[in-house]
Write a protein that binds this ligand. Structure first.
Ligand code: HEM
Length: 180
């Protein structure tokens, strides 16, 4: 399949069309610029990954999520009764795991995401595929990285599931007591 990068303007236009096609209310404008990696010309996977994220946000009401906490990290179960959405959740996690491995940052004007990617080498992310989605175990030997993983699981992903695009348009605070 051929693949080309598109400009930020083209991407936002696609996002707008998709949201309209999905019957979103007008206040659900396209995802803001700051959700994107600083220079998407250097990130050929960005549009592909953002289109998956957009599906998850638009259909957030069909997603269920539980987070368990451990001293060394978290285990989160994210599922949907809709088989196509369950597949999108798995796709997103595979894409984000690859980004963490490569350090290919996304959503870098959100302080929490900037910090997560600054610590990407200290994160171990394991995925168990479930019939309705995924169970992800994220751990680290570094206590500061564990703080970030916990904040990301509870105050980013779980809030995105609860609030969809409206929540995703807001930044995510660093965890209380974060030293950096
Ligand atoms: C309803 C919307 C979303 C769902 C259901 C979702 C789901 C997930 C899940 C299951 C994980 C694995 C870690 C965990 O379970 O805590 C994850 C990781 C990740 N997601 Fe999402 N996500 C959503 C929205 C977003 C958005 C809006 C972004 C950024 C624009 C994003 C970027 C990431 C990144 C960078 C990771 C890897 C970082 C890490 O796990 O520490 N996600 N997401």
């Amino acid at each position: 399949m051929s693949h080309r990068t598109c400009s930020r303007r083209e991407f936002l236009a696609v996002a707008a069309v998709l949201l309209t096609a999905c019957g979103q209310r007008p206040r659900n404008q396209p995802l803001p610029d700051w959700m994107l990696t600083p220079d998407n010309a250097e990130d050929p996977d960005l549009v592909r990954d953002m289109l998956v994220i957009q599906d998850l946000l638009v259909r957030h009401g069909e997603i269920r999520r539980e987070v368990q906490h451990y001293s060394y990290g978290i285990r989160a179960t994210t599922t949907s009764p809709a088989a196509d959405l369950a597949a999108r959740i798995r796709e997103h996690v595979d894409q984000m795991r690859s980004r963490l491995r490569r350090g290919a940052a996304i959503r870098q004007e959100d302080p929490l995401f900037a910090a997560v990617f600054a610590h990407h080498q200290a994160v171990d992310l394991q995925v168990e595929r479930l019939p309705g989605g995924v169970r992800v175990t994220e751990v680290s030997d570094d206590p500061v990285t564990v703080m970030l993983l916990r904040q990301h699981a509870v105050h980013a992903v779980s809030e995105f599931v609860a609030g969809g695009i409206d929540r995703a348009r807001q930044p995510t605070p660093l965890p209380p007591g974060y030293p950096g």
